[in-house]
Design a protein around this ligand. Structure first.
Ligand SMILES: Nc1ncnc2c1ncn2[C@@H]1O[C@H](COP(=O)(O)OP(=O)(O)OP(=O)(O)O)[C@@H](O)[C@H]1O
Ligand SMILES: [Mg+2]
Length: 282
């Protein structure tokens, strides 16, 4: 067999690394869904209970108005179930590296559909502030993965009764948008803080079900943000909480009136320069 030249070997190894990186992203993605699986199953049970009960009620009712009301409830419950499954499918679709202009507030709303039951189960209040509807050129699945990682981390750091605040804002002058995820959790100690973006660094030990952290969440968040020419930043105070901020270069909203049929339109890449993640104490 002819031996490979050095550039060929390097190219082959580059491909192997890229393949492994994709596998890592995919397994981390499934891990975060696993975290939500039990609350989602309960949510589906609740939805089915609503559908079954209102169907029975509707069948018993002779009165047209009461029947319409039952149909209305059934429709609402089914639409909610459809929203959750659509969100899940979009999220778990295997990771292509394609990027399109997406409304960041919409991406946040879609992720919230997946996590709101989990937050409710843990009695975490959710405060969402959509101060803008900015567009950025992103891979929607990857950005949702970042959001999910940050929300799950925030939830895990908080005790019942605390609030999770998610804010989307835009600085038109700087042509960038920011998504911030703020918790009222434990905060991160100065010893731990410099290491949180390291691969496989975790402080979460295995619980009774044998599930500890993989320590991959934040390293992947940073990787995804850098690949998008964006930035991830953390501010934390022990005993008070933590805020992660994601900054994206914005693009002009796609002109839906020109290209009507397709759901997402492609556009030029943003001009923002990549920058590394910064960890700072406030
Ligand atoms: N919001 C937060 N509040 C307090 N500590 C946090 C927060 N987010 C991250 N950390 C700390 O950073 C560490 C690394 O987080 P990362 O998401 O990379 O891994 P993990 O959450 O431990 O594991 P996995 O993401 O696989 O569940 C965590 O173990 C935790 O110590
Ligand atoms: Mg995590």
């Amino acid at each position: 067999m002819p031996s490979q030249s050095l550039p060929e070997v390097i190219e082959q190894q580059r491909k192997e690394i890229e393949g492994l990186r994709q596998q890592l992203l995919q397994s981390q993605k499934m891990g975060s869904i696993g975290e939500l699986a039990s609350s989602m199953t309960h949510e589906f049970n609740n939805i089915l209970t609503t559908i079954i009960n209102y169907s029975k009620l509707g069948l018993r009712q002779k009165d047209e108005q009461a029947r319409d009301k039952a149909f209305d409830r059934i429709l609402n419950a089914s639409q909610r179930a459809a929203k959750i499954t659509t969100g899940l499918l979009a999220y778990s679709r295997s990771s292509e590296s394609r990027r399109d202009p997406h409304n960041l507030s919409k991406l946040v709303r879609d992720v919230i559909i997946l996590v709101e039951k989990d937050l409710k189960v843990h009695r975490i209040h959710l405060d969402t502030q959509y101060l803008a509807e900015p567009y950025a050129n992103v891979n929607a699945g990857q950005v949702q993965q970042v959001l999910l990682n940050l929300i799950v981390n925030a939830r895990q750091a908080m005790v019942a009764g605390r609030t999770l605040t998610i804010k989307v804002s835009e600085s038109v002058d700087d042509q960038c948008a920011e998504i911030s995820i703020r918790d009222q959790g434990s905060g991160i100690s100065p010893e731990v803080l410099p290491r949180i973006f390291e691969r496989f660094y975790t402080t979460k030990t295995a619980d009774d079900h044998g599930q500890g952290g993989t320590g991959l969440g934040l390293s992947l968040c940073r990787e995804v943000m850098e690949a998008h020419g964006g930035r991830i930043r953390v501010e934390t105070a022990v005993g008070h909480g933590t805020q992660f901020s994601l900054r994206f270069p914005t693009v002009a909203p796609p002109d839906f009136s020109l290209k009507s049929a397709s759901k997402q339109e492609s556009s030029e890449s943003p001009t923002g320069s990549p920058s590394v993640a910064a960890a700072s104490l406030s």
